[in-house]
Design a protein around this ligand. Structure first.
Ligand SMILES: [Zn+2]
Length: 408
């Protein structure tokens, strides 16, 4: 496995890093529960957590009996069988001591590079946004110009963090739509028009003085959800994004499935509607019909004159009949795609995100109909959620990737 451009927070064995990562996801958590999840003796967990307290990574906190936070899904299932939880909480008639990451011990800058602008936020060690969202335009997409903008945003975020009494950022996470090797070299980023591989991590580190990881943007969303959001404790979690393009990523045990071809938009041409519009590759009714451009074209044909996607969105929000019809049709198609993913990849949960995720909220009944049409009637309902679109959350997700590597 390649060496990450992000250094480790602390020195320690593989288990020291596992314990810290477990506390990050599930804290506050008791030492007993930690030992049970990781299959370690309580003595080993006590020694490791003492080291982590000494290193300023974690702290003790009073914890009510039982467990307030999430726990791994498999662990909860086994616990229910063996009544482990009950034994834990009833063993001693006093409140337990929980362990949690010291949230503001470190800060990180997270950024998302878009076609026309870059957004940046500062987050703490628990992936919580602690500064405002900084946004700068991208007038020139040469690597040097992009690095200049990133440098300025890093300084803006660092200044704001220090003003707030927080530590200066220790690392930067940058996400973009494209393919990245070893979290450092961008080999494919169609929207930036780079003609050859760019050692992006090294360029940013040279400009900012901070270790920098480069990540795929959609992978970052799933990693963030699995570390700090609704994917915590799940075995597998998928995200589908709709907007300028259609994106997809899947994690197993919090790790994105890696494949050299995955950045080529493989989900974009899956059949979702045999009667749908034709894409530029000649497919009829492929998932490209979920993109903004395709929706704008289809809407223009429905109303009989050219309309932009924004005009469609405004009409849809105003519940205009033709726009609503297209919302419903689009949601049914999206539901078909969700059912295909649920049936083949079998994730515990699917998140619908992206710039145009509001469409899913406008036509949720049709989304469900689309899912149900292609799902076995006895199969469990597909667990999905629709994320509000906000570029600051995409930026935060890039920082989550850096945090994951920083904790090891
Ligand atoms: Zn197609």
């Amino acid at each position: 496995m390649a060496i990450s451009p992000i250094p480790h927070w602390f020195e320690g064995s593989e288990y020291t890093h596992k314990v810290a990562a477990c506390i990050m996801k599930y804290g506050p958590i008791s030492r007993i529960t930690l030992a049970q999840i990781l299959g370690l003796s309580q003595g080993a967990v006590s020694r490791i957590t003492s080291d982590l307290i000494y290193a300023g990574v974690i702290e003790e906190t009073p914890m009510a009996a039982g467990h307030g936070g999430k726990l791994p899904k498999d662990f909860l299932r086994k616990s229910a069988q063996k009544s482990i939880q009950k034994e834990n909480t009833e063993r001693r008639g006093r409140p337990q001591t929980g362990l949690r990451i010291i949230a503001n011990a470190r800060t990180f800058v997270g950024m998302k590079i878009n076609t026309t602008h870059i957004t940046a936020v500062t987050v703490n060690a628990l992936g919580q946004i602690v500064t405002g969202c900084h946004d700068l335009p991208l007038d020139d997409d040469s690597p040097e110009s992009v690095v200049d903008v990133i440098k300025q945003l890093t300084m803006d975020c660092a200044d704001e963090a220090i003003m707030a009494g927080l530590p200066s950022p220790c690392a930067v996470g940058v996400s973009l739509g494209g393919h990245i090797v070893d979290d450092s070299m961008v080999t494919f980023a169609p929207f930036l028009h780079w003609s050859k591989p760019v050692e992006f991590s090294a360029l940013i580190q040279e400009a900012t003085g901070l270790p920098t990881g480069i990540y795929n943007d959609i992978d970052s969303l799933v990693v963030d959800a699995c570390m700090f959001g609704s994917g915590v404790g799940l075995n597998s979690f998928a995200v589908v994004t709709i907007g300028i393009g259609v994106g997809y990523s899947l994690t197993v045990n919090g790790e994105p499935i890696d494949n050299p071809d995955k950045s080529y938009g493989l989900v974009g041409h899956i059949l979702v509607d045999p009667d749908g519009p034709r894409c530029i590759s000649g497919h009829k009714g492929c998932a490209t019909c979920l993109t903004d451009n395709s929706i704008a074209t289809e809407y223009s044909e429905m109303i009989g004159h050219p309309a932009t996607f924004d005009e469609f969105a405004a009409a849809a929000r105003a519940s205009k009949t033709q726009a609503t019809n297209l919302v419903n049709r689009t949601c049914f198609r999206l539901g078909t795609l969700i059912a295909t993913i649920a049936n083949l990849a079998m994730p515990d949960k699917i998140m619908i995100a992206g710039e145009s995720s509001f469409i899913a909220k406008l036509g949720i009944d049709n989304l469900r109909n689309g899912i149900n049409m292609y799902r076995h009637s006895q199969a469990a309902p597909v667990d999905f959620e629709i994320a509000e679109h906000d570029w600051s959350l995409w930026s935060k997700a890039a920082a989550a990737q850096a945090i994951r590597q920083y904790v090891g």
